[in-house]
Design a protein around this ligand. Sequence first.
Ligand SMILES: NC(=O)c1ccc[n+]([C@@H]2O[C@H](COP(=O)([O-])OP(=O)(O)OC[C@H]3O[C@@H](n4cnc5c(N)ncnc54)[C@H](O)[C@@H]3O)[C@@H](O)[C@H]2O)c1
Length: 255
Amino acid sequence: MSGLLAGKRLLVTGVITDASIAFSVAKLAQENGAQVVLTGYGRLSLVERIAKRLPEPAPVIEVDVTNTEHLAGLADRVREHVDGLDGVVHSIGFAPQSCLGGGFLDAPWEDVATALHVSTFSYKSLAMAALPLMSPGGAVVGLTFDATKAWPVYDWMGVAKAGLESASRYLALHLGKQGIRSNLVAAGPLRTIAAKSIPGFDQFEEVWAERAPLGWNLTDQEPAARACLALLSDWFPATTGEIVHVDGGYHAIGS
Ligand SMILES: NC(=O)c1ccc[n+]([C@@H]2O[C@H](COP(=O)([O-])OP(=O)(O)OC[C@H]3O[C@@H](n4cnc5c(N)ncnc54)[C@H](O)[C@@H]3O)[C@@H](O)[C@H]2O)c1
């Protein structure tokens, strides 16, 4: 087997359509020699259908990251397909509608708590659920949307992402002794189900494509996926707690 991830065994969460960032990660990973196990949430038959569109049909395990039983059983379910894991991809985000689209001042705690549970705390829960299968050299990679700024309409999801960025650094701290890395990719806006569920997200789109020094393609998930692959590979052996921007350079430019 050849390729950047030759022989690596990966758990990839977050596939719901073939536009999902996770779908591009799974596809590229297989093309680069990895064995992929997917997790699916909610509409499992849909995820299974999408999984068949990968170069190699991948098994799908049901995981709701807020369900403690799913998390407790994860390692055993993964072992039915692979004997260990070299990488885990967290490509999960959700916030109730009240938390998005300008509702920052009115969103109730119960909804904010859901956003933080699914989008922030789950990064740690997923990593811990997979940890029994991991060994030194392993990597956890997640997806963020630059949380150093307050964006219009992103609201509590922005807060959840700020928490995710911090959680990744703490995971790096606590898993470093075991030789396991934790890094994030900060992607620019991409037209996925998650993005479309944010009212007014299109505001980012034009401005991003116009201002990013390298330009920005809203329907090309591959640059973000490639960065995930690089971070999962052996080519970042001494990098952890890092955030790699894959945004056409937008974050570096003043407005
Ligand atoms: N699309 C963008 O513009 C963009 C930009 C930067 C970062 N991101 C991040 O990328 C990641 C992937 O999102 P995407 O844009 O590919 O959208 P997507 O809608 O394709 O993926 C989001 C995934 O989260 C899963 N999910 C939601 N609740 C879950 C739960 N309780 N348990 C398990 N899974 C659950 C969904 O099933 C879905 O597969 C998210 O963290 C998102 O915030 C997206």
